[in-house]
Design a protein around this ligand. Structure first.
Ligand SMILES: [Zn+2]
Length: 249
């Protein structure tokens, strides 16, 4: 907690055990209980830290993390216990660790009714554009993920038509931008052929341009989702994007 208090971040996450998947029921139960005990200690420590005169952000928020692997009863019991602690927000952790997307959606569906309506809900470490759309439709507000930057470094670029592997030979002489709809600095200034060439030449600029595009794409995706929610047309956006957004093109 001290390490998280030092830089004065808006949100601090409680300490939790993120177990491997698949996990034994008994181990998962003991681990989820341990995570609750740690959370109680984190909450006490945060109150002490936020009260200190030299703390940078004295209003730092504490989010608890729901665990329980893919066991619905453990997930629900754990969520009920952490909600009792009246935290600033609630995260679902321990997903996107090798289970199927269907299992992940099933667990979100089972714990969501036990999450407070008026607190932020954060799905940790997720995910593909389609995972994000599916999770938002189930009530999730916040995400974090290495995917846009890590995939970019391997030449996998997200577009509004699907995922493009810029290393494919078909891009050798393709003068179009990565995404014809995108107005990021990469797409405004460089062609698919040029970025393909940079990756083949193992030039660092390839990764830089690719990461810039993918981060821009994810920000644009979240913007589209927020606007659609505000305007009451999220279902229409989901229906339009779902069939194409994770497709390989
Ligand atoms: Zn772009």
């Amino acid at each position: 907690m001290q390490v998280q208090s030092n830089p004065g971040s808006t949100i601090a996450m409680a300490f939790d055990e993120c177990i491997a998947n698949p996990a034994e029921y008994d181990y998962t139960k003991a681990s989820a209980n341990r995570t609750v005990r740690w959370l109680c200690r984190c909450k006490e420590e945060m109150q002490k830290l936020n009260a200190k005169s030299d703390t940078i952000n004295k209003a730092q928020l504490l989010f608890g993390i729901n665990q329980g692997s893919t066991y619905e009863d453990l997930r629900i019991e754990n969520m009920q216990r952490i909600v009792e602690l009246d935290l600033d927000g609630y995260a679902i952790g321990g997903l996107a660790v090798g289970e199927s997307a269907e299992d992940m959606y099933r667990i979100i569906d089972c714990v969501e009714p036990y999450m407070p309506q008026n607190k932020p809900r954060y799905l940790m470490g997720v995910g593909t554009p389609l995972n994000i759309i599916e999770a938002v439709s189930r009530g999730i507000d916040l995400f974090d993920c290495v995917m846009p930057s890590r995939n970019a470094r391997h030449g996998h670029l997200f577009t509004w038509e699907g995922k493009r592997n810029i290393l494919n030979a078909k891009y050798t002489k393709d003068a179009l931008p990565v995404d014809t709809e995108c107005d990021c600095p990469t797409c405004r200034n460089y062609s698919r052929a040029y970025i393909h060439h940079l990756f083949k030449a193992q030039e660092m600029l390839a990764m830089r341009l690719a990461v810039m595009h993918n981060l821009y794409f994810y920000n644009k995706l979240m913007l589209k989702i927020r606007n659609a929610l505000d305007e009451g047309r999220f279902d229409e956006l989901k229906e339009r994007l779902s069939p194409v957004i994770d497709k390989r093109i």
